[in-house]
Design a protein around this ligand. Structure first.
Ligand code: TRH
Length: 387
């Protein structure tokens, strides 16, 4: 059985571990590989997967061997395939041990996802290590077939379809909620602090139809509390302002969060992993890119937007673009209330587009399959040190 090591440093938030965990589960469950996942922050991991013991040096979970990545790093024999997630810099001792292996491990840096056109050109490029007889390959996830594709389980569609077919009553009950009454719009909100949030909440409160907004506990809570003029908000809190009911949820585990995305009519998502999951949810979404100092996230948001709105009717495409641009702090002619009204009036077209978009997404291929093919290819034809 092939051995794989995945290294993950939690920079901040949950995207790094969220993606590494999804990948590890997929490699074990779908490809039968022996996977060790090294994580430097098991507390963050536990938030998205509560079965994780945050204090264990090693533990088995869902068939993955989860190891605490501690400093100094205890000696470990390198695996045949080594992934450093998002350029997280492998421990020196481990790297030195990799350099002594013959043949050397296939070493892959799993990069961040972007829809920008340069991604395809960089996908798969090698970079020789300056000292050791090792080559590191850059693997770029992406939205087109000439990239590393997207994370998605082979049975994702089937699970989602079964969930939708069963009906969402039981799911809502689990969260302590009634099923949405006819005409209500149910929205999930996962966001970073956002200056546009109060205007959006105002627009929702003024909507002619009822809106329920569900917010898993997180960074946006203080802003919501300020808008409601309440000192604090905790899971279970529920407040009404005009047409809007705001309801705070506990932070869900990764699978339950998928269910939330599948059950809502519209999902506000952020970062990387929740954005992809919202697309696979076959529902409209509004994406907040991870904010970067030089506004590089605007390029990212615009690149995905350009791709996403292709084939969407002109006025509906403008409504989607305006919402996304506002939500990412980009200058836009209309105010947020006008954007929301436009979005609302094109909702049916945007919903239909979410289905068509998913069909296009599938053409990019599944990241786990592509990563395994990539690594197997290198193993078969050889990793050429310093080439
Ligand atoms: O948490 P994020 O903001 O992570 C970010 C991004 O990945 C960004 O690209 C990266 O550079 C930065 O971290 C360091 O957003 P993201 O990527 O959507 O990850 C959130 C994860 O949390 C995802 O796996 C879904 C999961 N999640 C839950 O499991 N339960 C929940 O209730 C919610 C809201 C999310």
């Amino acid at each position: 059985m092939r051995t794989w090591d995945i290294f993950c440093k939690v920079v901040d938030n949950y995207g790094d571990i969220g993606i590494a965990w999804r990948l590890a589960r997929g490699l074990v469950g779908e490809h039968g590989l022996a996977v060790r996942l090294w994580v430097d922050d098991l507390h963050a991991f536990q938030r998205i997967w509560p079965a994780i013991d945050a204090n264990a040096a090693g533990q088995a979970c869902e068939g993955v061997t989860v190891c605490a990545w501690r400093t100094p790093f205890a000696a470990a024999e390198p695996a045949q395939v080594v992934i450093d997630a998002f350029g997280c810099a492998l421990p020196e001792a481990y790297l030195a041990a990799m350099g002594e292996q013959s043949p050397p491990p296939v070493w892959i840096n799993l990069e961040y996802l972007s829809a920008e056109p340069w991604v395809a050109k960089h996908h798969g490029l090698p970079s020789p290590h300056p000292r050791l007889p090792l080559t590191r390959y850059f693997f770029f996830p992406g939205y087109t077939p000439d990239t590393g594709g997207l994370l998605a389980e082979a049975d994702l569609d089937a699970r989602r379809a079964a969930f939708v077919q069963r009906g969402t009553v039981a799911f809502w009950r689990q969260l302590g909620l009634q099923a949405p009454p006819p005409g209500e719009l149910r929205v999930s909100l996962f966001a970073y602090e956002n200056p546009a949030l109060p205007a959006l909440l105002d627009a929702w409160a003024a909507d002619p139809r009822p809106i329920t907004c569900l917010v898993p506990e997180g960074r946006v809570i203080p802003q919501l509390a300020a808008w409601l003029s309440v000192p604090t908000l905790q899971a279970g809190a529920s407040h009404r302002r005009g047409a809007l009911r705001l309801r705070i949820l506990p932070f869900l585990d990764q699978d339950q969060y998928d269910h939330l995305l599948w059950a809502c009519d519209l999902n506000f998502v952020r970062g990387e992993d929740s954005c992809v999951r919202a697309q696979w949810a076959v529902r409209p979404l509004v994406w907040q890119a991870y904010p970067q100092a030089d506004a590089a996230h605007w390029d990212k948001a615009n690149a995905l937007l350009a791709h996403y709105t292709e084939g969407l009717d002109g006025a509906a495409a403008r409504a989607v673009s305006a919402m996304w641009r506002h939500w990412n702090g980009m200058p836009d002619a209309d105010d947020l209330a006008a954007c929301w009204t436009a979005w609302r009036s094109h909702q049916a077209i945007i919903e239909a587009h979410a289905v068509a978009w998913c069909d296009r997404l599938r053409l990019a291929g599944r990241l786990t399959d592509k990563l395994v093919d990539f690594a197997e290819n290198k193993i078969k034809f050889g990793v050429f040190p310093n080439s």
